[in-house]
Design a binder for this molecule. Sequence first.
Ligand SMILES: [Zn+2]
Length: 171
Amino acid sequence: MWYMDEREYLLSKLKYTMDPLTTCWVWNYPIKGRYPHVRRGGAGSPFVRAHRLAYEIYRGEIEPGYILLHACDNKRCINPWHLFAGVDLDNMRDFAAKQGPRRGEANNKAKLKAEDIPVIFDLAEQGVTHKAIAEKYGVSRPAISQVLRGGAWGHVSRAHRESGCQTNDGG
Ligand SMILES: [Zn+2]
């Protein structure tokens, strides 16, 4: 749980400029390493990744074993709605290798979570190929196509469309 004053304190640490075109929250401070980092507390406290902190503030805790991935592919972006929690693909490949071939295919639907579905729609609308999305989630390409047709996850995708996330009606 975030206390109001702690939340505001942490928000004050997020220094970014909104890109009006992409809606990315672009970090405008020097970057340590590959991603923007900020100190969680005062001087001497540990560094945390800025986009991880933004995600926790706006969207809640990240489940253990999950890493944050950028839907927008902009490593300087800390917009929590451009981020999604995913399983580390290297870990997933190790896991799949241990399970043996074909086993994963039977479990395609189980690997995707309801909250992944709107992100998959967004990625597809941004022109990301089904194959690339499938690789991102460690599922087969037909599984992604099925999601986008509304087959396996129709109830979720319909809710997504009705929520107003859809900005492009094809015309
Ligand atoms: Zn972004």
